[in-house]
Ligand binder design. Structure first.
Ligand SMILES: [Zn+2]
Ligand SMILES: [Zn+2]
Length: 255
C-alpha cells in the first residue's frame, strides 16, 4: 500500500464549509470505489491550500482510468466549491498494510476480513493478498459501498467479540451462524462478485470454539449449508481448514 497527499487549491473566493463538503464528498466516492483505504482522512489547511492524506492499494490507484462515474461527478463538483482538481503526490509505501495481489485475474478469490484490516475484503485465493475493488466490474449501484459497509459491520462485530467486554456472546453468534443477517449479506455479496467477475468467490465463515463441544466434534463438522464433507487435508494459508466448493464456503477449526 502507498500513502499519498491530495492538494486542493482554491481558484476563487469560497467558504470553508463549501470546500470541506466538496472534499468530503470526493473522498467518500474514492473510498467506495476502493481507490483509497481506511476510514479516516486527515485534512489540513496550509496557506489557503487544503491537503488530505490517504492510503492507496497501488501506486496508480488514483489514476483517472480507475475512476467510477461517481468519482468523476464529485471531481466536477469541486469547481462549484471554488476548487481546482487535486494535485496528487505519492509520499511513500505504507509499512503497516498488506501488499496488493498481483494476479490478473486470480484463479479464485475469497471475501475475508478481520477486525484490524482496512484493506479490500476481497482477496486472492492463492495468495490471500487484497484485490483493489476498482479492478472489479462496476456494480449496478456504481460503487462498492454495500461491500465496504458489510466489511465495517463484520470487523466491528469481530472487534467486540475479541475484546470480550460487551456483547461478546451475541457477536460470536452473529459471526458463526451462516443464517445471521451479517453472513447472509456477505455470502450474497460473494455470489454477486462471482457473477460479475466469473471467478469462483468464496465466503469465509468464522468458527469459534464451543466450550461444550469436544475437539474431534469440531473436526467432523459438516458444511452448514449442504451438510457435505468439507474438511481439507492441509489447511490453506494457516486459516482455512474447511472448504465447500459447491457452497463456496471456507471456515476454520476453532483455535
Ligand atoms: Zn494472487
Ligand atoms: Zn456445502
Amino acid at each position: 500500500m502507498f500513502t499519498a497527499e491530495l492538494t486542493f487549491e482554491c481558484y476563487q473566493d469560497t467558504t470553508i464549509e463549501a470546500v470541506d463538503g466538496a472534499i468530503t464528498q470526493l473522498i467518500d466516492a474514492l473510498r467506495y470505489n476502493g481507490q483509497i483505504l481506511g476510514r479516516e482522512f486527515p485534512t489540513s489547511i496550509d496557506d489557503g491550500v487544503f491537503i488530505t492524506r490517504v492510503v492507496c492499494p497501488e501506486e496508480e490507484s488514483l489514476h483517472p482510468r480507475h475512476h467510477s462515474s461517481i468519482v468523476e461527478q464529485r471531481l466536477q463538483a469541486l469547481s462549484e466549491a471554488g476548487l481546482l482538481a487535486p494535485k496528487i503526490r505519492l509520499t511513500g509505501m505504507d509499512l503497516h498494510s498488506d501488499n496488493t495481489d498481483l494476479c490478473q485475474p486470480p484463479e479464485w478469490q475469497v471475501l475475508y476480513t478481520h477486525y484490524l484490516s482496512t484493506c479490500s475484503p476481497l482477496r486472492c485465493g492463492e495468495h490471500l493478498a487484497p484485490i483493489p475493488l476498482y479492478k472489479l466490474p462496476t456494480p449496478k449501484t456504481d460503487d462498492h459501498q454495500a461491500l465496504l459497509r458489510w466489511q465495517v459491520d463484520w470487523s466491528s462485530t469481530d472487534e467486540l467479540q475479541m475484546h470480550g467486554t460487551t456483547l461478546q456472546q451475541a457477536c460470536s453468534d452473529v459471526l458463526t451462524d451462516i443464517n445471521s443477517p451479517l453472513n447472509n449479506t456477505g455470502w450474497q455479496l460473494a455470489k454477486d462478485i462471482e457473477q460479475q467477475t466469473h471467478t469462483p468467490t468464496y465466503y469465509y465463515l468464522y468458527h469459534l470454539a464451543d466450550a461444550a463441544k469436544q475437539a474431534d466434534e469440531a473436526e467432523q463438522r459438516c458444511c452448514p449449508s449442504c451438510n457435505g464433507e468439507w474438511k481439507l487435508t492441509t489447511p490453506l494459508h494457516g486459516i482455512f481448514d474447511f472448504k465447500c466448493e459447491p457452497c463456496r464456503l471456507l471456515s476454520n477449526l476453532p483455535w
